[in-house]
Ligand binder design. Sequence first.
Ligand code: ARG
Length: 257
Amino acid sequence: MTPPTHFAVEYAINPWMDTSTPVDTDLALAQWNCLRQIYLDLGHSVELVDPAPGLPDMVYAANGGLIVNDRAVVARFKFHQRADEARAYADWMTARGYPPITTQHTNEGQGDLLVVGATILAGTGFRTDEAAHAEIAAAVGLPVVTLELTDPRFYHLDTALAVLDDTTIAYYPPAFTTASRARLLALFPTAIEVATADAYVLGLNAVSDGRHVVHPAAATGFAAQLRAAGFVPIGADLSELLKGGGSVKCCTLEVYP
Ligand code: ARG
């Protein structure tokens, strides 16, 4: 995780961002600290990446890369405003003993690359280039399933789909093309489909350890669905970070053993 020390909405690269909306950085930090404490209380370990001035979106650590199968792929950002974040995340990977692998094509890390069991669900349509999917598969040695997003509000896969355990996902069907919806239905016939109200508070931007699902607190319908499916939902309020178009998952780069 990367603390939102320099968080601001200085440019608009997704429909959630409005540069005229004031951001309370202290509140963002307090909310982010609550999220970090939730992970610690659940027994997870949290490592911190140093935030860099001039990179206001660095708090969305999920975009820094993908670390799975003992391999680390570093992001190649679509927009120049975020490009320099890649160096910071690459440095962290190197320090942690993972030589960072780069891609030729745009990839925004775990924003678009979600691990489910031994498969990578890979988003495209707004940020990660479809051509990067094959690069990712080769780099980490896992099969990749391409999923195409259609609604600009759900510009990263992790805004429209949450992995709950090795075989279970939740998603918002209208965010995907007809072909990708069919693909998801075939792969995950018992998936949780969330309502529009929950999707529009970025409810799917959640992190699960297979039992506890940390999700944006406003997604109360999703929380009820999770409970009914046997998961333990834990709501976190990240309202300030929603102003940048991100929530729980965006703030969390999961490291798989
Ligand atoms: N403002 C950031 C952007 O538009 C938000 C990134 C959210 N991260 C995520 N994993 N969905 O790039």
